[in-house]
Design a protein around this ligand. Structure first.
Ligand SMILES: [Ca+2]
Ligand SMILES: [Ca+2]
Ligand SMILES: [Ca+2]
Length: 295
């Protein structure tokens, strides 16, 4: 996420001077069919955005947006919608111009706010990492809003969304591991006590990339589950995510672990293991290694 943000900021600096709203890297909101232009929504200014709900009028005029596309807009308000699936992980970032204090909100299909990023200060970026729940439904509405300014400078919005796939049995051994494709994938699966304690997956990688796994499950007291990244022959363990509920009532647990891919590794094996009857999900994110803060 961070190197991508750096690219945004660089693009923003270029965009500010030129006033060019059709930069190759970005899509102007007003170019999306059905989008409101800024002047047409000025009259709605008295409405409150960023509240607990997003009204049906505003949901109805949201611009259809796509993952992995950067949207720029010089209005005080942008409302977008993205097609999403349950368990999908969404990472959103807004780069904010130096003279504005945009905030950032997610709403589910019913217009209920489910996540927000409201850092204080002009020029301060906003970011949300959100996992779509089963009750959220599609689409996800995304609001970028500056409550003070009559804005003349662009924000830039980018969302990434993982690809959601279901596990496919039989995957009980490394030889029958399910092949995953892509660089941002969420797998939903299940284990049980009797005959399904092991689920194996594999995913192509390349040297120098950082592969991260986030394991999540709702666990009752005493339950636990592992997800181990290793070489395809299991001779070398790279990283292990583990969650366990040591006591108390059922709750959601997550754990994230990362591994920087070394020379000679072109595929990573993922072994999910539990002796309990569980539903779980894990997200694999394969990113560039030089994830350092910019600015
Ligand atoms: Ca802000
Ligand atoms: Ca299974
Ligand atoms: Ca299995």
């Amino acid at each position: 996420m961070k190197p991508i943000l750096g690219i945004f900021l660089a693009a923003l600096l270029v965009g500010c001077g030129s006033g060019d709203e059709n930069d190759d890297a970005t899509v102007d909101l007003t170019s999306i069919e059905g989008s409101p232009n800024c002047s047409s929504i000025q009259g709605l200014r008295t409405n409150t955005y960023g509240g607990e709900t997003l009204d049906s009028t505003r949901r109805g005029s949201a611009a259809q947006a796509q993952f992995d596309t950067t949207y720029s807009y010089d209005c005080f308000l942008g409302v977008y919608k993205y097609d999403v699936a349950a368990e999908q992980e969404i990472i959103g970032t807004v780069s904010v111009p130096e003279d504005k204090d945009y905030d950032f909100y997610f709403y589910n299909a019913a217009g209920e706010r489910v996540a927000s990023s409201t850092n204080e200060g002009k020029g301060v970026a906003e970011a949300i990492d959100y996992t779509v729940t089963a009750s959220d439904s599609t689409p996800l509405y995304v609001v970028v809003y500056d409550q003070l300014a009559s804005s003349e400078s662009d924000f830039e919005l980018l969302l990434r969304g993982s690809t959601v796939v279901s596990e496919q049995e039989d995957n009980d051994t490394k030889e029958t591991a399910q092949l995953l494709n892509g660089t941002y994938v969420t797998v939903t699966g299940a284990t049980n006590t009797l005959d399904d304690q092991d689920d194996y997956f594999k995913i192509p990688v390349s040297e120098g990339k950082v592969i991260s796994i986030t394991l999540g499950s709702s666990l009752e007291a005493g339950e636990d589950i592992y997800a181990t990244l290793s070489s395809t022959d299991e001779s070398t363990q790279f990283a292990q995510a583990y969650i366990g509920n040591e006591g108390g009532s059922e709750a959601e647990f997550t754990d994230t672990k990362s591994y920087t891919v070394t020379a000679g590794t072109s595929e990573v094996l993922i072994w999910v293991n539990s002796i309990f009857q569980l539903s779980y999900s894990f997200t694999i994110d394969i990113a560039d290694a030089e994830a350092t803060d910019t600015n």
